[in-house]
Design a protein. Sequence first.
Length: 319
Amino acid sequence: MKKNIFIKDINKEYIDVNDSFMVVKKGVFSSKNNTKYMSIQLRDNTGTIEGKIWDNVDALSNLFEKNDIVRIKSKSRFYQGKPQLNIADIRKHDSETTLNDMKFFFAESSTGIEQLKEEYFRIIGQIKNPHIISLFSVFNEKKDVLERFLLYPASIGVHHVYMGGLIEHSLSLAKMGIHAAETLGGDTDIVIAGALLHDMGKVEEIEIAGGFRYSDRGRLLGHITLGVIMLEALIKSVHGFPVNIADVLANIIISHHGVEEWGSPKKPMSIEALMVHYLDNLDAKVMGVKEHMKENMEDEKWTSYHKLYESRFYKLPER
């Protein structure tokens, strides 16, 4: 896939914008004079932009969905001081989308994928338990799984929604978990392993089909169940892996959402599982709010209402 025009470059009116973008939002509405139109939000790795479709609304609406990568024909205009696109044609991208293509549409972790990769190997290098060392050796040999683990976002729309978000989130838990285990007491190796593997099921839950979206397997089973299945397969490849450690790691994956209404069928039932659960909740919520603040500030201090977290958030002035 080739991409020539990026949203950051759409800075004046009447630019021909004929290129590929990802659909973030999509809705059909009626104007004051009862004219049907479609409003969509598009993204690439440099930002988002609003687009309007005024003609052939019904026909074009059937050609794509939210989270699709689409090819558009449009012209730029400014509305209330912001760039916007008047879209004449829009079609779902018909060629196969690769993981490498997704870099055009999702920003990369500000830390950088290579640095996150180095940090991942540095942290697993701190593990002393020989069975857990062997577990990660098996995991790292699965090159296709490891590539997705290092490049996928942590979620499609809640937190760490950028390339490298999954490994960044997992490393954040591991680093905080090391300090928590040292401060409060706990098995540091199990905390590291649980933190790094708690969301690994997301590499199966999420697929690339136009854009990042939930796979059929992901919808049917969810990343928690998929994570336990993956863990069991890894453990079978490690001779003599202790049953008690296997069960504690499984409980960490099963319980990391904390309670049943958040998707966990069991509560955390070890000190290490408690640590991973609360650190997961902390990291996901803080990063979710930070991402909300980037594009949803009502003024310099307050965000718009966050539906998931049921609150507005106050942003301290930068020093």
